[in-house]
Design a protein around this ligand. Structure first.
Ligand code: MG
Length: 257
């Protein structure tokens, strides 16, 4: 039997936590109900207002931290007061990415050579897109059979590169030198903000990376019933909305200290 926290009690605990306070929020499954097609997702009614209001409190920083890219997150129109972190922590809206370290740079160079070879195999119409931590081969405009064969040639070679990850998309294969890690993102933001307490709310497997990187004085909140490292649980985005609403009310009260 899974026990869920009371959102109001949880809000009280967050409001009383030591500040500066970093509030990290996953998006899909936390602020936006899960839908079958990610492009159809939208924020729960009223939740954007609560999130934006929270960012206005003293010594509180609010960050949305998603697996979506920063570009894709634009669909949600998050207020400029929020920190928007995409690609599981690899991208921050308005900032240049944390530079690759030497081994990441070398791996990206290796992946880039493979990508260029694959594009050559695919022939006319294929092209290579270079991104800060990944390289993508596009074959949409290539001869279909040659394009598909080129990606089939590339995939195992890229996966054999130590530390690399690959992701297949529609007529593309993307090769990553750095895997996103939400825990790294939380700790980066914690350091940047000088936060005494970090709070993170997430629903998915990749959110466990954030929970695992947090300390006993932080507040970890899992949404849903799956196994988790988080110490608190809420059932659904509606209860997250209750938590955030109540937290705004609590933070608006005069400080006890
Ligand atoms: Mg999620």
């Amino acid at each position: 039997m899974i026990e869920y926290d009371n959102p109001k009690q949880l809000a009280r605990q967050v409001a009383e936590a030591a500040r500066p306070l970093l509030l990290g929020l996953d998006v899909d499954g936390v602020l936006a109900p899960i839908v079958s097609h990610a492009k159809d997702a939208s924020l729960l009614t009223g939740i954007a207002e609560s999130v934006t209001a929270l960012a206005g409190h003293d010594r509180i920083r609010v960050a949305v931290i998603s697996g979506r890219s920063v570009g894709d997150l634009e669909r949600f129109s998050f207020d400029s007061a929020l920190t928007v972190v995409g690609s599981h922590g690899m991208e921050i809206r308005g900032q240049t990415m944390e530079p690759l370290d030497r081994s990441e740079a070398e791996r990206l160079a290796e992946l880039t050579i493979l990508a260029e070879q694959a594009a050559q195999r695919a022939g006319d119409g294929a092209w290579v897109e270079n991104k800060p931590a990944s390289v993508t081969v596009h074959i949409r405009d290539a001869e279909p059979v040659a394009g598909a064969e080129a990606l089939d040639w590339l995939r195992p070679l890229a996966n054999a590169v130590d530390g690399a990850e690959t992701k297949t998309g529609s007529a593309v294969l993307e090769l990553f030198t750095r895997a996103g890690h939400k825990g790294r993102a939380v700790n980066y933001l914690r350091g940047e903000f000088g936060a005494s307490t970090a709070v993170f709310v997430g629903d998915d497997v990749t959110d466990e990376d954030a929970f695992s990187a947090m300390t006993a004085s932080d507040i970890t909140i899992k949404v849903g019933e799956e196994p988790t490292l988080a110490r608190h649980r809420l059932p659904d985005p509606e209860s997250v909305r209750d938590l955030l609403h109540e937290l705004n009310l609590r933070l608006a009260e005069p400080a006890a200290d």
